[in-house]
Design a protein around this ligand. Structure first.
Ligand code: ATP
Length: 344
């Protein structure tokens, strides 16, 4: 019997609702058997209900197979409104944020395929900040356990996805204790993976390498802040933030969302690039395929990947961020047609 997956849907803010709907339409075209359960959180929800996250959110998440999510807005001007992204990462313990970056012919300057694995629960994102006599302090937290599990994840990801190199990114030449611990734990864990080469890059050099020689990179593992920043640099090298998706992996649940933010400047105009969200849906299919040994889902992910590349590289049905004038719906309809005509 075909398993019916229980997928939480969190549409989010800005362009979130448009691109999440696009992903659900494409998943339906792929005949992905799912029951979708809508979850509510974010700034739009806050404006309507006075709550940033629905009551019972974390109970509703129990029993789900995965969550497909749009971006959530954290208004910088409302000091009382704390980031829901950070809350979800902490409460669901989504410790590894996986962001694959693959080149597109005609958009990316070089051909490459590398992955940033970002530690997702610690570093300065714990939000411990103080102001004392005109001096502002923020705590950077790096724990042994946090560094260990994300390093283990990165090596095991490399092994199962055909990468032979994992690089730790840090600034341990300056932050000898905090980044020093992250680095040290990484090289300890590396001993358990003798078939994978382990090396290191200082974060500024990593930024340079991503732009200059992305073809030399494999899996990069980073503390939280560096991964956040480097992922946007990597997205620019791919060609657009709108092309990149991510998986946030926890012990019990995984959340899939695009690398980009809410893109308020284009929200509601029907021109958002849905591919970052579609890439996230693809990562969800691969994750569920591995978790439940469901080979069919892997095939669906592969069909989706081929359709995305065909639309961008050959048929050039492009939203304005890629220099075209297609709408979100044009991209979705074309991908859906390719899938349904088995023509990927
Ligand atoms: P956040 O604070 O949520 O990270 P932001 O505005 O700082 O949001 P993004 O939302 O990622 O950052 O947007 C950065 C730029 O990239 C904006 O000009 C936006 O329009 C563009 N952009 C982001 N995502 C997309 C997309 N899916 N399609 C088209 N353009 C996008």
């Amino acid at each position: 019997m075909v398993k019916k997956y229980k997928i939480g849907i969190l549409k989010g803010d800005g362009i979130g609702p448009e691109i999440v709907q696009a992903a659900v339409d494409v998943l339906n075209a792929l005949e992905f058997e799912a029951e979708y359960i809508e979850l509510h959180a974010g700034y739009e929800y806050f404006k309507k209900s006075g709550k940033a996250i629905q009551d019972g959110f974390f109970d509703a998440v129990k029993g789900l197979d995965a969550i497909l999510k749009g971006p959530l807005y954290t208004p910088p001007h409302e000091k009382e409104f704390r980031s829901i992204n950070v809350l979800l990462r902490r409460e669901l313990d989504l410790y590894a944020n996986v962001r694959p970056f693959r080149s597109y012919k005609g958009f990316s300057l070089k051909e490459f395929n590398f992955v940033i694995v970002r530690e997702n629960t610690e570093d300065i994102y714990t939000g411990f900040e103080f102001l004392y006599r005109g001096v502002a302090l923020a705590l950077k937290i790096i724990s042994y356990d946090g560094a260990r599990r994300v390093s283990e994840f990165a090596f095991s990801y490399a092994r199962s996805n055909g990468f032979n190199r994992v690089t730790v990114v840090h600034k341990a030449n300056i932050l000898r204790i905090s980044d020093g611990l992250f680095r040290e734990v990484f090289f300890d864990i590396a001993k358990n993976y003798p078939e994978v080469q382990a090396d290191e890059l200082i974060v500024d050099t990593a930024g340079y390498m991503i732009v200059k020689n992305p073809e030399r990179l494999g899996v990069l593992v980073t503390p939280n802040l560096y991964g956040d920043i480097l992922a946007d640099v990597a997205a620019a090298v791919v060609g657009s933030l709108g092309l990149c998706g991510s998986a946030q992996i926890g012990r019990d649940i995984a959340v899939f969302e695009p690398v980009h933010g809410v893109a308020l400047d284009i929200a509601g105009k029907g021109v958002a690039n849905p591919i970052g969200e579609l890439e996230s849906a693809k990562l969800m299919l691969i994750h569920l395929s591995n978790k439940y040994s469901d080979r069919k889902l892997y095939e669906k992910a592969f069909v989706l990947e081929r359709a995305i590349h065909k639309i961008v590289e050959e048929l050039r049905i492009l939203t304005p961020d890629l220099g075209g004038n297609s709408k979100t719906s044009d991209v979705v309809n074309s991908i859906t047609k390719l899938i349904q005509s088995n023509n990927t």
